[in-house]
Design a protein around this ligand. Structure first.
Ligand code: HEM
Length: 490
């Protein structure tokens, strides 16, 4: 009996290998780092820090061109750096499934909107899209205004205490977290929540680091081994810390929701924020508590960390470019005159120059620099067949720094975005196609509020002119070192 099982296994292995080999023949011919028999390039990525790994993959096109094939054991991973190729994969309505590395985020984000696929993804996207409708965003103006004012007050108080230099990342991410909690979740954070807020932010950083470390250590890909390791145990603790915070946010809203719903229905206003939509869907039996939790975790993370990093890199670039700060200031003056009132939605629409500045920040520092797909339906890139089972990795970071598409790509030049040219798949910081960023308009609005408030009240100066921190990618693009900026009141 045993030998029969052994022969059956061997046969399955040979057939599978033959199938794999014949299907992947074309893509295996694409250039890429040298492959060893069986293991492929698995050892190429071991023993490097996260920021070294990011540099390795962003340097691939210099050596191998704009289509690079990496084989790791039996995985074929195709890295794309070309606008035409990127357009094909992003606009596909069939290939919408995320690739393997996203699986390591599932214990945290479940199969919420970011990670789900197929019917579940369609259903959730339909439930959640109204939460980002223009009218809803207009209703968030009050929160953006209040947070903007509070941030300016906080900065003035720091200056009065003699703290002119600020490490901007932790500072800014407090405000983006307050904003997502109050807008999307309908829950206000205040000083009482300081400890749990700090723990939440710490857990997001820790989870990101572990997910990325696990990715490059193939022996930790098995759940069994991972959860026995010290890294796996730490991961579990961080998840508990993270869920404690998000569960509290859900419970807080649940307590007030019935009351708010009654008030809004009687006053004829129905402005359902994201968590309200989820609670409403729960009351209709369309989603359960587990589903709510995975969406809240997804949006809390995506909704605060991405904008915090873009604003951090943005302030760093502005601190180095006084002329660009002055242009923003002048634009604000032309809108507000000498009034100190905060911006409203129509003021934001007039901030064309600031919009170009934000686009240029996201060109150089896209918060999500790389994304991935699992090919579920074979497709063609010119004459090459990309078979089912291939993983495709799209490099926005490289794409947006290509010299042929953006002359002097390393320079911070918002003018690139002032002439209204359509940048067809050469500039896609929010991705594109069916799985684009659902929070794009929210993010642009929030970033406009925060940057305009800062520049209207303060002048920024870099500590060391032209200094650029080493960057790394975990779940978002991050600076490895603190980004310190000197503030002075205008
Ligand atoms: C500067 C800010 C932001 C950038 C650069 C950004 C970028 C992106 C990108 C590139 C994707 C595609 C990810 C992938 O295919 O794996 C994405 C998806 C997503 N983003 Fe954003 N994002 C930003 C802000 C936000 C905000 C503020 C929210 C929520 C309020 C948000 C919620 C989401 C969600 C839920 C998805 C998954 C959408 C789906 O698959 O249907 N993002 N974002």
């Amino acid at each position: 009996m045993l030998w029969q099982i052994a022969i059956a296994c061997l046969l399955i292995y040979l057939i599978r290998n033959y199938w794999l080999k014949s299907n992947f023949l074309e893509i295996a011919k694409l250039p890429g780092p040298p492959r060893l028999p069986l293991v492929g390039c698995a050892f190429r990525f071991i023993g490097h820090s996260q920021s070294e790994l990011f540099k390795i993959v962003t340097d691939f096109p210099k050596e191998y061109g704009n289509r690079v094939c990496i084989k790791v054991f039996n995985r074929y991973i195709l890295h794309l750096y070309n606008p035409k190729d990127i357009e094909i994969i992003l606009t596909s309505t069939k290939n919408i499934t995320k690739n393997r590395p996203y699986v390591f985020m599932e214990p945290w984000l479940g199969t919420g909107l970011l990670l789900s696929t197929g019917a579940k993804w369609h259903k959730r996207r339909k439930i959640l899209t109204p939460a980002f409708h223009f009218d809803i965003l207009k209703n968030f103006a009050r929160v953006f205004e209040e947070e903007g004012r509070a941030m300016v007050r906080d900065l003035h108080e720091r200056l009065q205490r003699g703290e002119r230099t600020l490490n901007v990342m932790p500072f800014i991410s407090d405000y983006t977290l307050y904003t997502i909690c109050e807008t999307a979740m309908g829950t206000r954070l205040n000083s009482e929540n300081n400890a749990s807020k700090a723990q939440y932010k710490e857990s997001v950083l820790g989870i990101g680091l572990i997910v990325m470390n696990r990715l490059s250590r193939f022996w930790l890909h098995s759940d069994l081994i991972f959860y026995l390791s010290s890294m796996g145990k730490k991961f579990k603790k961080l998840l508990e810390q993270n869920f404690a915070f998000t569960d509290r946010v859900i419970e807080e809203r649940r307590k007030n929701w019935a009351e708010t719903k009654k008030e809004e229905t009687s006053s004829g206003k129905r402005r359902m924020a994201l968590l309200d939509l989820l609670l409403d869907a729960e009351s209709k039996g369309e989603i359960d508590m587990e589903g709510i939790r995975e969406e809240v975790n997804t949006f809390m993370f995506e909704g605060h960390d991405t904008t915090a990093m873009a604003l951090t890199f943005g302030l760093m670039l502005l601190a180095d470019h006084e002329d660009i700060q002055e242009n923003i200031y002048e634009e604000c003056k032309s809108i507000f005159g000498d009034s100190t009132r905060t911006a409203n939605t129509s003021d934001l629409a007039e901030m064309k120059y600031l919009e170009a500045v934000i686009k240029e920040i996201l060109r150089l520092y896209p918060s999500v620099p790389i994304i991935g797909r699992m090919v579920t339906e074979e497709f063609k890139l010119d004459d090459i067949t990309i078979p089912e089972g291939t993983e495709v990795v799209v490099h926005f970071y490289n794409l947006q720094r290509r010299e042929d598409l953006f002359p002097e790509p390393e320079l911070f030049k918002p003018e690139r975005f002032l002439n209204g040219d359509k940048m067809h798949f050469t500039y896609v910081p929010f991705s594109a196609g069916p799985r684009n960023c659902i929070g794009q308009r929210f993010a642009m609005q929030e970033m406009k509020y925060m940057l305009s408030e800062i520049i209207r009240h303060f002048k920024l100066k870099s500590i060391v002119k032209g200094y650029r921190p080493k960057i790394t990618m975990d779940l978002v693009l991050r600076a490895c070192e603190p980004v310190n900026i000197e503030f002075s009141a205008r």
